[in-house]
Ligand binder design. Structure first.
Ligand code: ADP
Length: 646
């Protein structure tokens, strides 16, 4: 799904007048600068910072022993500041003090770290005894607030304050263009009148019923009086529901193009970010902006990202943020009156998991279903997408649309583009039918990887595996008709059998079982031919196991278990830990699924043993040609309808 409106939309920004930074900021700035300067002054001009630190040994030998010391001031029990007698300062050894010490006469002249006051006193006493001096040095004890400590915790605070002031100044002066302060604003794209969406209903092929309903929405916006004068309330919310690629976003863009009103588009996932509370504030902002520009349209793509049922909290995925976003969305939907001229469109491919509150009358009560296109609609979609392509005469859209059952509009758009790329790669001037066929195969099966190195032995196994699928499906009545078999690696698979699926709405039990048998054809062929099995059947086995479980536990197709279904369409019990049935029932389901698959496998084995010679022939042809088309298949296996035996 695309929400990219980049060609036809412009980012919306409220143009608020620039607010000047207030006087308060200037005063705070003044204080910050003054405090900062004071601290800098203190650090750089504090006299005690210029005092030389000396060791006990130097102090003892050079000063104490000479009786040069006038007094010692012990600061905070950790530093001893040494004051030299004034008359001794003239001595040569103290001359270099003049250069450093701020005030030579007053001191202190030196400082010294002391371990503890007691040990210092002892040392001093011993030293003085040693010099047998009678005059004891004066020792004064004092406590001082250490400014550098103060500075060390004040500095980070000042830096943080300065940083915040800086940010707020930027915020105040640059209004809301700064993304740092905009996470609460909605990121909705606005399609304005002058840059209108160029998509109109003409670009939306097929979807006739949906278009009629959607046109009504356009009419609500253009002629509201027509409805309000009769007392009718104009619907607020319209939900576009359908499988991926069926044109929900395209339809919303077309409404924007037709309605000629401002159109805000946003994806559900954009509401939820890592910041708590952002989703709710974005919802508020989106609705506020839309109401200011009413009449207008809000389009929320992939609403299931926010609108998931609230009761279903997964133990690992509790997301309060999503819940509060949803609550805000509900409040906003209730908050504006029905005739304010704002219509909310939303798209989802999982309506079953949406919160019921979202779908109740008065909110998203109109549901428009977009289905996968039928053959006629596919032709119309092809016609829309080939309008810019150069087609060769042999390009047959009728055949192409017949060969693309189950394809969505997006798949078809993709095929058209791929076909053009393939033709360009071959330096053609026009796109031919075979280019379209190549594009279809690529869209279905992935890119051909002819260069992938596969050993001859593996190639042999792959050929028999694919031939097994082909032969089994050929002789099973209810399997879709086989178009071709290939052992050229494509995407992730090493070989493939291509079928043309029938367009059906329901599947019968026999069809299910035949499909399972056809999928087991590959594994069965390996066993019949090589009496050995390989890991190559993984995809087939995964598919049939799921299919068998849904037959037994969901569709009620098993005789022993009976017509019971444990399917939960409300999606309320999606928890992996809680099964809606008992342990006994779980065992029974497992047993029945196993029986069903084992029976189908035996049936496939029997079928392949019966047609072993055809299997060998087809596998050999595959090894020779790599791709075997329907004509060759008919040569080996006979025309299918008359041979449908089992
Ligand atoms: P969704 O939102 O349902 O997943 P989109 O609207 O994004 O699907 O469809 C993707 C693309 O598929 C569109 O851009 C368009 O090219 C093509 N497409 C889908 N449906 C149609 C349609 N009915 N008519 C023409 N093109 C379509």
């Amino acid at each position: 799904m695309t929400t990219d409106n980049s060609n036809n939309s412009s980012s919306y920004k409220d143009k608020k007048p620039l607010s000047k930074p207030s006087g308060g900021f200037k005063i705070s700035w003044f204080y910050v600068v003054v405090i900062f300067l004071l601290l800098v002054f203190y650090v750089f001009f504090n006299p005690s910072n210029y005092v030389e630190e000396i060791s006990w040994k130097d102090f003892n030998n050079l000063m104490l022993s000479q009786q040069d010391v006038e007094k010692i001031v012990i600061v905070n029990k950790s530093i001893a500041e040494i004051y030299i007698k004034r008359d001794r300062l003239e001595e040569a050894k103290y001359q270099e003090l003049k250069k450093r010490v701020f005030s030579l006469n007053n001191g202190p002249h030196y400082s010294m770290q002391i371990g503890s006051v007691d040990s210092f006193e002892n040392k001093l006493e011993n030293a003085e005894e040693h010099f047998s001096s009678d005059v004891k040095t004066t020792v004064i004890y004092t406590t001082r607030t250490n400014m550098s400590d103060l500075f060390s915790w004040l500095l980070p605070i000042i830096l943080i304050v300065v940083f915040w002031l800086f940010l707020f100044r930027r915020f105040a002066s640059k209004n809301d263009t700064n993304p740092l302060f905009n996470f609460g604003k909605s990121t909705a794209k606005l399609t304005t009148k002058d840059k209108r969406s160029e998509v109109t209903f003409k670009d939306v092929a097929g979807l006739k019923e949906a278009k009629v309903e959607v046109m009504e929405v356009v009419d609500f916006l253009q002629n509201p009086e027509k409805y309000t004068k009769l007392g009718a309330k104009i619907p607020k919310g319209v939900m576009l529901v359908g499988p991926p690629g069926t044109g929900k976003t395209l339809m919303a863009k077309a409404i924007a193009g037709e309605a000629d009103v401002p159109f805000y588009s946003m994806s559900g996932a954009e509401f939820v970010e890592m910041f708590v509370g952002v989703g709710a504030s974005r919802v508020r902002d989106l609705f506020k902006r839309a109401k200011e520009k009413a009449p207008s349209i809000i389009f929320i793509d992939e609403i299931d990202a926010v609108g998931r049922s609230r009761g279903k909290i997964n133990a690992f995925q509790a997301n309060d943020e999503r819940e509060s976003t949803l609550n805000q969305l509900l409040t906003e939907l209730d908050g504006f009156g029905s005739n304010t001229g704002v219509i909310v469109l939303a798209a989802t491919n999982r309506p079953d998991i949406l919160d019921k509150a979202l779908l109740r009358p008065g909110r998203f009560d109109r549901h428009i279903y977009l289905e996968l296109p039928n053959k006629q609609e596919r032709i119309e979609i092809f016609n829309v997408h080939i309008s810019n392509l150069k087609l060769a005469k042999n390009a047959d859209l009728d055949v192409l649309s017949a060969l693309t059952p189950g394809f969505s509009g997006a798949d078809i758009a993709n095929i058209c583009n791929e076909a053009a790329l393939i033709a360009a790669r071959k330096n053609k001037n026009e796109i031919e039918h075979e280019d379209f066929m190549g594009a279809r195969d690529r869209v279905v099966g992935g890119l051909e990887r002819k260069s992938k190195i596969i050993s001859p032995n593996e190639k042999n196994i792959i050929a028999y595996h694919e031939a097994g699928h082909a032969v089994a499906s050929w002789y099973l009545k209810h399997v879709d008709s086989l178009v071709k078999v290939s052992i050229i690696p494509r995407g992730k698979s090493l070989g493939s059998a291509w079928y043309l699926p029938e367009e059906r709405q329901i599947v019968t039990k026999s069809q299910f079982i035949d499909q399972i048998c056809a999928s087991l054809g590959g594994r069965a062929a390996e066993e019949v031919i090589f009496n050995e099995m390989s890991s190559g059947a993984l995809d087939d086995l995964e598919k049939i196991t799921k299919q068998a479980y849904s037959m037994v536990a969901y569709y009620g197709l098993d005789k022993t278990i009976g017509p019971l279904s444990f399917y939960d369409s409300t999606g309320q019990n999606e928890s992996v830990f809680k099964k809606p049935y008992s342990e006994n029932m779980a065992k029974l389901i497992d047993k029945e699924v196993q029986n069903l698959i084992l029976k189908a496998y035996q049936r496939t084995l029997d079928l392949l043993v019966m047609h072993k010679s055809e299997l060998e022939k087809l596998a050999q042809l595959l090894l020779k040609k790599e791709v075997v088309e329907k004509d060759d298949l008919e040569l080996i296996l006979g025309v299918r309808e008359t041979k449908a035996l089992l």
